[in-house]
Design a protein around this ligand. Structure first.
Ligand code: TRP
Length: 354
């Protein structure tokens, strides 16, 4: 081969390798309590599917959870393990996905500080998701950490060079901020950061059993992935239905019925049930019974996997340890590139990485 041919050969090889490289996704949750059916529908189910197609990183965002839980750290440690269990029980495979804890990656904290220089306070104050949360929590004033958590999220996303971020709509402002920071950084220093894209899930929000438009812990209206079969049944039977349907023979309106929203989300037979409800040929009790069995079908294997891991806490620890070590080694590499781009590598003192 001549020099020129050799060069072309390498270019081609690189392209092939580039095509072969799986895209990387980063997704995750704040550990603030057990995950419920809304989480399952909106993200977990999708996450399990994505792990086959993409190189998957799953962050247990405990630092982000601290922004609203800094005064009760004991709760946090339990929630961290619970979120790990939730992920494993729905079918996240530790052979495929890297599950890690945010606070164990000190590079994220370092990166957050550097990114802090590229974002103005006004930008942060206008973040619609943060604003909504401030209202929800009823804060009169907010901490610097809370205001800045989207900056920390930009560090989560970029330390591992994630290409795609599966998110619901509420996370879009954070992703936009990340993209802005990346562009600013690449332009100002050197193009070392990957600009991530949202993989938007269009699943509408799941209502609570009380009919509230949002299922949520603070609202006490959720069906949880780790609820016992008996609890699920009780919750479904207490869920609100079409308020205008009084007699069993009344024609129902599935569109305004919370139970039907669940049927539609989790029961493959939903279309039949909708028609029967409209005709008044299925009563609410029978419909609820049907939903309970559909949910059980879906949740039984999840419950079984949860039990498996609950009985083996050292296995869960090991999965998190391996995932966190992996994430850490990626973080060290990225951080070395970032420090070099920013020229904050004045000496040869080893800071981990290069
Ligand atoms: N903000 C996300 C939530 O509230 C959690 C999160 C933290 C996250 N860091 C992330 C999600 C990075 C995706 C990517 O659920």
């Amino acid at each position: 081969m001549t020099g020129g041919e050799l060069y072309l050969f390498y270019i081609k090889k690189e392209r092939v390798m580039d095509m072969e490289r799986k895209k990387r996704i980063l997704t995750g949750d704040r550990p603030t309590g057990n995950l419920h059916l809304g989480h399952y529908l909106g993200s977990l189910q999708n996450r399990v599917r994505l792990q086959d197609e993409y190189e998957t990183f799953i962050i247990i965002a405990d630092v982000q959870a601290l922004t609203t839980n800094f005064d009760r750290p004991e709760k946090l440690s339990q929630d961290v393990m619970n979120v790990a269990l939730d992920n494993l029980s729905v079918g996240i495979d530790p052979e495929k996905a890297t599950v890690f804890i945010q606070s164990y990656i000190p590079e994220i904290a370092e990166l957050t500080v550097y990114y802090g220089m590229l974002v103005t306070v006004n930008t942060l104050r206008h973040n619609p998701t943060v604003k909504t949360e401030v209202q929800q929590y009823g804060y009169k004033d907010i901490t610097y950490g809370f205001l800045g958590y989207p900056v920390s999220q930009a560090a989560d996303i970029t330390f591992c060079n994630a290409d795609l971020i599966p998110v619901g709509e509420d996370q879009l402002p954070h992703l936009e901020l990340t993209r802005k920071i990346v562009r600013r950084f690449n332009e100002l220093y050197s193009p070392v950061l990957v600009e991530p894209q949202a993989l938007l899930s269009s699943v509408p929000r799941l209502p609570g059993i009380d009919g509230n438009s949002k299922m949520g812990k603070s609202l006490g209206n959720g069906i949880y992935l780790n609820d016992e079969a008996k609890t699920i049944k009780e919750k479904v039977f207490s869920a609100v239905t079409d308020p205008d349907r009084i007699k069993i023979t009344d024609r129902g309106n599935p569109q305004v019925c919370t139970v039907f929203t669940y049927q539609n989300s989790f029961n493959p037979e939903a279309v039949n049930i909708r028609e029967m409800c409209r005709r008044g040929s299925i009563g609410c009790v029978a419909c609820k019974k049907d939903l309970v069995s559909a949910l059980e079908k879906m949740l039984a294997p999840i419950r079984e996997r949860r039990k498996f891991y609950e009985e083996r806490p050292e296995t869960v620890d090991e999965i998190i340890r391996i995932g966190t070590e992996r994430a850490r080694s990626v973080a060290k590499e990225t951080m070395a590139e970032i420090r070099a781009a920013m020229r904050i590598n004045y000496t040869c003192i080893d800071r981990g990485g290069k």
